[in-house]
Ligand binder design. Sequence first.
Ligand code: DOR
Ligand code: ZN
Length: 346
Amino acid sequence: MTDTPTRLTIRRPDDWHVHLRDGPVLEGVAKYTAQQFARAIVMPNLSPPVSTVEAARAYRTRIVAAAGPGFTPLMTAYLTDTIAADEVARGHAEGVFTAAKLYPAHATTGSAHGVTDVANIRGVLERMEAIGMPLLIHGEVTDAHVDIFDREAVFIERVLAPLVRDLPGLRVVFEHITTAEAAAFVTESGPNVAATITPQHLHINRNAMFAGGIRPHMYCLPVAKRELHRLALRKAATSGSPKFFLGTDSAPHAIGAKETACGCAGIFNAPYALESYLAVFEEEGALDKFEGFASLHGPAFYGLPVNAETVTLEKAPTLVPDQIDANGTPIVPFHAGETLGWRFVG
Ligand code: DOR
Ligand code: ZN
């Protein structure tokens, strides 16, 4: 890695958690992810969800067509209460499903078909443990009695810790962690447990949603937490630990679906993802840890080769536009109207 104050060249990174959507929006957003990343783990929360090998194969073909050459989408199976272990395992064996995604039912956008109780997919998880297929977890309980800011921490106690204890060989990615408790749980678990961290959870705390009025473009799930949690996530991301790696959770929604009486959760950060993460690593005095987080730890966990090519970022002001036109759908990107300190060169 070349590490100078003005230019940084690293192995080409991958995005280990992204929502690319489908149809015209896919056509509009895929290029942003493909520009910065060689591969991406693509979330399956479409409508209907991607729960069969056939659906994932067809979706992969549409993504490749939208993204153009040089980008590899890595597909995930959307776990439901009734999905067959054979279908999940066959998709993995055929190189279609890289991993499977556990959405607790009604935890977030597009999770209505999710799992109502992990006991219902016990056979699937045992099979995944046996074949070494990673389980990607949206880690929040959905119990209405649990405060929304506590849902991740309670999930660790009620669901994740027992799961990791009962299936000690299961490879788990705790996705988009937002709390000090999650960072500690992952750090203290075995090498089979890792986590992704988004740019927004490194930049904002929950105040950002209420700064001078309600700010729907700062709303995602899991929701941003207190400042102490943001600081713990920054420490984890920049620690050099191979358990933490880049996953943007870029989740585009049309402006009209955000700025409304019941706005969707999701932050569209793909267009300036690396610039956003790099600002954090620079502020933390950890530029030397950036390549590990962005380009090395993820492939190591997934058992994939690191990318051969490199990308370069340089210190230069980058103005993030107020809106991005995603093939006819206007979307507000993360950092809209801000000037970031790094520029993606290519
Ligand atoms: O904020 C979010 N948006 N969190 C999720 O878990 C889903 C995502 C989406 O699909 O919009
Ligand atoms: Zn997500």
